[in-house]
Ligand binder design. Sequence first.
Ligand code: F6P
Length: 546
Amino acid sequence: MSALVESPAWQALVEHAATARDLSLRTLFDADADRFAHFSLAAGPLFIDCSKHLVTARTRELLVALARQQGMDSAIADLFGGVRLNHTERRPALHTALRDRSGQPVMLDGRDVMPDVRSVLARMRRFSDGVRDGALRGLGGEPFDAVVNIGIGGSDLGPQMVVEALRAHVRPDLKVRFVSNVDDTHLVESLRGLDPARTLFLVSSKTFTTQETMTNAASARRWLVSGLRDERAVATHFAAISTNLEATAAFGIAPDRVFEFWDWVGGRYSLWSAIGLPIAIAVGMDRFESLLGGAHAMDRHFRTAPLETNAPVLLGLLGVWYRNFLGCATQAVLPYEQYLHRLPAYLQQLDMESNGKRTDRSGRPVDYDTGPVVWGEPGTNGQHAFFQLLHQGTQMVPADFILAARGAHDLEGHHDILLANCIAQSQALAFGKTEAEAGAEMIRNGIDPAEADRLAPYRAFPGNRPSTTIVMDSLTPEALGALIALFEHRVFVQATLWNINPFDQWGVELGKQLAGTVLASLRAGTPAANLDGSTRGLIDRVGRNT
Ligand code: F6P
């Protein structure tokens, strides 16, 4: 057994969980008239209701004891202090420095990184202002009216999610598109209707070697050069965001169009760096800086709040409670905010690429579950699709509801319906409806008692299905920044509890490596003899010579 599973704090939770399985949210609310106040908290611009969780004050105590046992305070200090927590790549994870607004130095290996961070931010401001006000123009002197970001994973999901979230602030005359998939459909459809003379490409890639991004960037360059009939267009119509300055130069991108970031920024933690350039161009640098400010407010909270009232710590502990002690395999993210429609996809990478690990920090296989499957869709759409399973299926799925008290628009009768549905869903999940209640309700509605009796089992809801509700006043850049940082830190908290490294991603490598062999076989028109039968068969089936 691992030291974690054997540890006193873990074993105390195992014992406690045996009784917690019988907890009833109805009973817990009946027993404590102030449960909402006792189990909710504020963090920066966010209000977080945790009262609909299957926990008591004792559960919280035991979970916090687990955090303490696992060295949470010093792990948080190490994160902000630039310790090389990403031990397999020997790198720190200092994304918090990118949004540090304190004016204090952030030291790494005896050097303050903040002057570099500020200098790139200043360049981003000049460049994004220039694109927005027309001072920067294409080869033929025309202003840009389209920005196409080419990147994948963290170089796509973060900036895309934020641009979508802040779409109400995107200039209507500016088309902002994101191309990630190597499927040429993505590039072809994204370029449809664009004028090369007015199109700016941002090639976003930490490594500048990612196959999909480099393939798309090469095709975009061909599209541009053939449209403008001039090789020099590359220097004016392309910018790059990368840590690999040699590769950006080899691609032909002018040095003053390259925005640098650093190997201490992980791909899925990079939207705060120059990877956020499409955000700055889309909504303006002031709003991008407000986003950083919101994240910094959450960082301050995470760094200074006691474990008992620390929002990322408590949310991380709740995740571990459900994953390891109550057997939940998945976590739903349900934004009741259409502008957050890309948030679940973004969180999938953040959480699953970080905590989808089976080897602990000392290289041993874990004997406990780690990261859950994260999934979701905006409400109310999900209600008419998968909520059936959430309410009456056989598995318990903890859910994060996210809502803004004030809507972005004011069409009569919309926002209150949205809010009502969100609140009602968490209520239905928590408190359910007994068979007796379902039967009585049908009889009240004039249904024959025998029929009511027959249908009651189908129309009953078990309840006791847990959820968090995160409320912001409105979806401002500050609130969004705080929300993203909250989730980033929740992932870190869980990795700390599980004793795994959330900052590497070796699990993506094997597929990339094998794709090289398969591609060689496809291009040769014949499968390599040493491949397995299925791979050979598939290559034959889809290959050019079939
Ligand atoms: O393949 C996974 C990954 O390395 C992610 O971690 C990363 O966000 C993405 O690919 C893109 O990498 P890059 O920014 O280097 O192109």
